[in-house]
Design a protein around this ligand. Sequence first.
Ligand SMILES: *[C@@H]1O[C@H](CO)[C@@H](O)[C@H](O)[C@H]1NC(C)=O
Length: 258
Amino acid sequence: MTKFVLIAALGAIASVSAAGPDAVNLGEAGTYAILSKAGISTVPTSAITGNIGVSPIDSKAITGFSLMADSTNTFATSTQVTGSVYAVDYTSPTPAELTVTIGNMETAYTDAAGRATPDHTNLGAGDLGGLTLVPGLYKFGSDVTIPTDCKINGSSTDTWIFQVTGNLIMAANMRITLIGGAKASNIVWQVAGYVEVEAGAHMEGILLVKTKVDFRTGSSLNGRILAQTAVTLQSSTVTQPTQPDLRRILAQTADILV
Ligand SMILES: *[C@@H]1O[C@H](CO)[C@@H](O)[C@H](O)[C@H]1NC(C)=O
């Protein structure tokens, strides 16, 4: 009986159809809202939901957060972070864990950048304004700009990877809106240059970025910032995505089996 329920549940998972490329494995980097190799600054007051961390730069490169060391000194806290703050100069095991996490971030970047046979090449000549983006692998040999609102449309299991050889620039007060059940955790922006989100704009997805990421005054992100140089925030809101549905399905399966 138990075995029968498990097989039925696995069948239900297998039958979920998903469009778009295979997911990018973020490894430990997927447990951070913001990760940077070169520093994270905020002009208060920002609001981050999720952990933040820096390595190989140390905690002196986390500025504007008024950090408070935990008594263990393995992490710190900040009133601007709902989560923990990690840096390579904190007590073991934090430095070694950060080294693994940064390695996972770089592997994820390389994976996303290396995906071949795009579904769309240079869509809109890199101007996504006004478009509704269906699931798929998108390749751009230029900057990508979002000068007006755009939509990302697909189911909760569909995936998107945007490969950008230039910079990703979003204009002030513009929004990406997810429709059809699309999830920020299934959207990856692989950017070889920098990301700039202007004042009041709202971005969605996982930002895997080779250089810096700037979020200007009052801007926001539903996703993660995984940057290989510095991250700057100005009264910005960064909220990590909710966990994938699969975990909930597995938890429910476990409940059935108990
Ligand atoms: C979103 O995608 C669904 C499924 O392909 C489609 O039926 C619907 O028309 C799309 N909505 C928009 C606004 O493009």
